[in-house]
Ligand binder design. Structure first.
Ligand SMILES: Nc1ncnc2c1ncn2[C@@H]1O[C@H](COP(=O)(O)OP(=O)(O)OP(=O)(O)O)[C@@H](O)[C@H]1O
Ligand code: SF4
Ligand SMILES: [Mg+2]
Length: 329
């Protein structure tokens, strides 16, 4: 509401998942803010809670399996957590757009892409079908789908993977939301198309003052497009920093391990070190630091949960680790 309010604010969000009758914390007191024209990245291995964070914000947790157990979510200073499904339907696709990892699972295969892009404009903005379909063609132009007017009646399977992802972006941006959540938007695409889609999002972001929450397991993508980054492990934010600080001074042992495991053009594959072990399942998460079963620096005190503490004077680079964190002795 006020000019100073972040477009998206997530405050100590805790999300639980039910497995065999027991609720487990899969997102643990996660906090961050995204301002207009800013890109915040959530990064981490498979299963660390990235998508559940996004689905919690969107009000799309699987019914009976996922629930928000604590925290608050606000859009432009206005609280949206705790709203009913009907109220969230008015927000989704209108004030927040979302691009999913695999467009074939989120686009309807039996409806034309033009129809699908037009739908939110009719529902949220009250446009006539004719006006909405004309706008759908403009949006397809905007995301650089060639021959948009001829292809507006085509079906998702008639588009390549990269073009389908553009359709998803057009759909997510149809109602001019202020927040875009992109969950692994380029993972299914080859490297050249990945770069094109990321450049497209960055260009649209500037022209529409968008706040972008980008979810990825790819630190290369983070380095090229994000302003801030939150590294997640086992549902915890383990490190949070401006992107240049994270790469200049990666501090949490998990961040260091992720960087060592990252393929880079300037080193041979022989020096890439995969992270040993696997992320434990939610039922097997250790008490205390959740990274302890894979951490080379583990100590006795790691059996207690470390807090996220600042390691710089500005307080903007934060680390959750007894040994490497700001509270370490
Ligand atoms: N519908 C579900 N039913 C049961 N468990 C789930 C469900 N969704 C997520 N989980 C569990 O919650 C944890 C976090 O999952 P989440 O999907 O947020 O991970 P992610 O970081 O998005 O991983 P990926 O990179 O594979 O997409 C994982 O342990 C996962 O198995
Ligand atoms: S708290 Fe301990 S186990 Fe966890 S990352 Fe730090 S050193 Fe490793
Ligand atoms: Mg995911």
């Amino acid at each position: 509401m006020s000019a100073a309010s972040p477009a998206l604010s997530v405050d100590t969000l805790t999300t639980e998942i039910r497995s065999r009758g027991t609720w487990y914390q899969a997102v643990r007191a996660v906090s961050f803010q995204v301002h207009a024209r800013e890109t915040v990245a959530l990064v981490g291995e498979s299963g660390c809670g990235k998508s559940l964070t996004a689905l919690s914000i969107m009000g799309l947790l699987p019914l009976g399996v996922g629930r928000i157990a604590g925290g608050a979510i606000a859009l432009d200073g206005e609280a949206v957590s705790g709203r009913s499904d009907a109220q969230m339907e008015k927000i989704r696709g209108n004030r927040i757009g979302m691009v999913f990892q695999e467009p074939m699972t989120s686009l309807n295969p039996v409806l034309s892409v033009g129809f699908q892009i037009a739908e939110p404009l009719i529902y949220h903005r009250g446009l006539s079908r004719r006006a909405a379909e004309a706008r759908a063609i403009e949006l397809m132009h905007l995301v650089r789908i060639p021959s948009a007017a001829e292809r507006v009646g085509a079906y998702p399977h008639q588009f390549s993977g990269g073009m389908r992802q553009r359709v998803m972006i057009a759909l997510a941006l149809a109602c001019a939301p202020k927040v875009l959540i992109a969950d692994e938007p380029t993972t299914a695409l080859d490297v050249t198309i990945q770069a094109q889609v990321l450049a497209l999002i960055a260009g649209l972001q500037k022209s529409a003052d968008l706040a972008v929450l980008l979810i990825t397991h790819n630190l290369g993508v983070v380095a090229s497009v994000a302003d801030r980054v939150l590294v997640m492990y086992g549902g915890d934010v383990v490190e949070s920093a401006a992107v240049r600080d994270l790469f200049a001074r990666p501090t949490h042992p998990y961040t260091s391990a992720l960087l060592a495991a990252m393929p880079r053009a300037d080193r041979s594959s022989a020096v890439i070190a995969p992270i040993p072990g696997q992320v434990p399942t939610l039922a097997d998460m250790p008490a205390g630091c959740r990274f302890q079963s894979r951490c080379p620096l583990r100590e006795e005190r790691c059996a207690q949960r470390p807090s996220l503490t600042a390691i710089d004077a500005a307080g903007t680079h934060q680390v959750r680790c007894w040994v490497r964190g700001g509270a370490s002795s």
